[in-house]
Structure formats: structure tokens, C-alpha cells
Write a protein that binds this ligand. Sequence first.
Ligand code: ADP
Ligand code: MG
Ligand code: MG
Length: 474
Amino acid sequence: MNQSVQNKLSNVQVDNKLTKDAVDFAVSSGLLLKSRNESGKVVGYKHVPFVLFPTIISKDSLEFLSQIQSDFNTLMHVVVQDQQFLIDSLEGVADEFTQRLLHIFKEVIASERSMPPELAYVRSDYMFDFDPISGTAPPKQIEINTMSVSFGGIGTQKMCDIHKRVLGKANLPDLVLQLPQNPANQKVAEGFVKAWKLYGNPNAAMIFLLGDFETNTYDQRAFEYAINNINPEIKIKGVKFSSLPGRTQLSNDGTFFIDGEEVGLLYFRAAFQPHHYASEEIWKIRKDMEFSRAIKCPSVGQQLFGSKKMQEIFARKGVVEQFVGETAAANIRRTFSGLYSLEMNEEGDSVVKMAIENSQKYVLKPQREGGGNNIYGEDIAKLLREIGNDSRRSAYILMDLINPKPTPNYAICGGTATKEEVVSELGIYGVYLACGDKMLENYAAGHLLRSKPKDQNDGGVATGVAMLDSPLLV
Ligand code: ADP
Ligand code: MG
Ligand code: MG
């Protein structure tokens, strides 16, 4: 079945006409990035890189991963509520950025203020670990992103529609039925509208906190339009996170203001990397936000839940089981690959030895987000030797390298097609809304498929390494 579908795709005659038709369709649907020159000035637009054909994904896997997304959401909610667990888990991580965030988290707890509702918009990413002997390829979690997840706006239904168009033009209309609908943008927007209502003041603004030199603007815009499509009265404003000093205010009753305007919901599309915090003033503003009664997506606790260190801790025996029911825990655990701690103890010592001796089998990850931070192969051995027996090593976790099976496709970048062998990463979006212990909403919200040339280790779509894709279910 798989092979016959793959053969059909591989036999398509890819010419300029087919490529141009797909590119026109992409541009017409707003699958665009801003182009910036070296000094950061916007000089035009380009289409988001994508692959010409959808990638075959098992229907059972997509269903299974979508079904367990609400279990991941529950795990996140319960762990963020269990403040001491989060603190104990992260206190020993020798990473200044993590520690500063943790410090804010502790200060909020110490202040004993009542917590506003929590809104989560996350994406759990997986790769299919191919075993050439058994021929199986179970999905293994790469990470869970709890902040600033991207491409829910333009990388989902719009990408499915491009592939519908391409398969139609390629005379493969029967395969169109195997492309699943992907209403991620709509479903996430519904969660945001409900959260904003819960804040309780219809005049309060919803603020999108943006990065500097953003290129993925239309993804954010598509999301904004979906929210306003549900409720046109919500005032949505994009504000650069770096521009906040001097513009914010936290009143005694916990109301947060930007330029004198009350804020009901703060949605972070920035503030997840150390360089986003260029001054002490901006750290103070982040703290004020956490002290405020505005709803944060994510709160600092939710952000910390998404750290690589927490992922390693959940993989330890009995940890997930502590927080969710037996079946949910077993399902979640099925998606874990080998994750190893580099803490300063005997176990950590033996992990270092194992990583140095077999560095090709692992990925070394620091507590960072946004692509391009991981360490592979010989560089792992080099770095670990350099760090030696120093607590700096606890800033990293080690993970088994997942080996997905490459498939042939065409990379469409800058309007032209290049034949490539690609590997794919499937993300499941999740949303929850909670008030204290109570979950008000908890659901999977569509998926994202990204593919990259098989020899590329790391990196996302916006950084120019990966391409948007969509699943073809078998
Ligand atoms: P980030 O938060 O920066 O996105 P990830 O953990 O997702 O960090 O790693 C970035 C990329 O590196 C992933 O998109 C994937 O392509 C690759 N990668 C990460 N972990 C693994 C792994 N265990 N095996 C194979 N590739 C991996
Ligand atoms: Mg990632
Ligand atoms: Mg990430």
C-alpha cells in the first residue's frame, strides 16, 4: 500500500508548469514570509519553502498522537500546578536563563496571589524511528513546545490545500481523499476567544508579543484573523517585546497596562530566548506580567514545563505515572525515546562516558528553543571533554538520535524545484484552558508536518532549513 502510493507520487512528471502552479497557489493563499536584508529592513516577500508532494504518514499514528495530546495537556496542567515539583526538577540546571525564569516562578508563588486562568497553546513534535530489520517506524517525541509555537496559522489547512491542488494537477485525484483536513488555526483561535472572555472585560486588549526582525508575520496574522472572525470586537494588537520598556504598568489590583490600555491576554511570540531579554528592565516587565491578572500564553510555569530538562525527567521511571492515569501514562511513555541526565552524580558520569564513546547515536540538547542549538556527532564528544567534570554539564540533556526513513520529494524554495530525499517531523497542536484545578477546555488542535533534507541535523522552517509539508494518510 505505502509503496504503491509512493510509486504513484514518484512517477509524477515534475515540470516547470506543475511547480509554478503550486507556487502561485501558495502565494495566493498567503503562504509567505517577509524577506529582510542584512540590516533587518523588509525588502519584500517570499513564499514559505514547502515540499511539492505530501508525505505518507500512518493514519493510526496520527490518530493515536492526536488522541494522547489531551493527556500531554493534562500532564502539563497538573505539573504546573505542582509548583514544588517543577522547582525541585529545575533547581540544579546550570543554565542562567532557566534559573532566571525559575526565580520569577518562585517569586509569584511566594507572593501568594491568586492565579489567573491558564491558557496553553502547545505543539508536541515527533519523528518516526525506522527500524530496517522489523520495518516498523513508531513515532518518538522530539520535544514539546509550550511557547511561541509557529505555523498553526499558515502551515496547516493552507498546506493541505496546496497538496490537494498539486495532486489534482498531477492526475492523482484519488489520493486527495487521503489528505486529512487540518483546522488548527480555527481550533486554536476558539481557545483564545474563550480565554479572553474569561478575563472578563470586553474592552481589554489581546496582545501578541512579537520578536524583532520577525519574518513569520503572516502566520501570526492568519491567527489574528481567525480570532477576529469568531469575535470581531476583540482588540488585537501586535507589540514588539523589546519595545516594552517605559510603556507598561502594573496596578495594585494586578491589572496590566500597555500604553495605558488594559491587557486581558498576553500571547508570546517572543521572549523564549536569552537575547530577547536585552536589559534588566525587560526582565522586570516579564515579572510584572507574571504578577498580573492578565492571562499569559504561556505563563512562566508553562514555559518551564516545556524545557528539555523536564522532558528528560518525565522519561524517568514512575514520573509521568505520578501525574496522570495509568492508561494515559502508558500511552505517553510509548512515545518516549532514550533520554539521559547529565547531572553531577554517578549516573551522569556514566552517561557522559556513553555519549563520548558513541556520540553518533545521540543528540546533546541545551535548555534552548527555536532551532539550531543542538549538538551532534563528534561535537558531542568534543564539548563533553571540554566541560569535563564540571556542573556546567547539567545544563544539557542527552537523547537517542531518531532515524526516520527518508522519502523522495521536491523542495520548492524561491519558486524552483529541487529533488531531495527528506525526513519528516509531525507536530500535534494542543490547547487547554484551566481555572485553578479545573480544566475547562482540553483538546488536540490539528497537526503540522515539516520535512527537511535528510542530511540536515537541525533547524525549523522559518530558519530556512525545513519545509512545510502535509500528511497523506495510509
Ligand atoms: P528546538 O526547541 O530548538 O526546536 P528540538 O529538540 O526540536 O529543539 O531540535 C531541533 C531539531 O533537531 C528537530 O526539529 C529535529 O529535526 C532535530 N532533532 C532533535 N532531536 C532529535 C533526535 N532525538 N533525533 C533526531 N533528530 C532530532
Ligand atoms: Mg523543535
Ligand atoms: Mg522547541
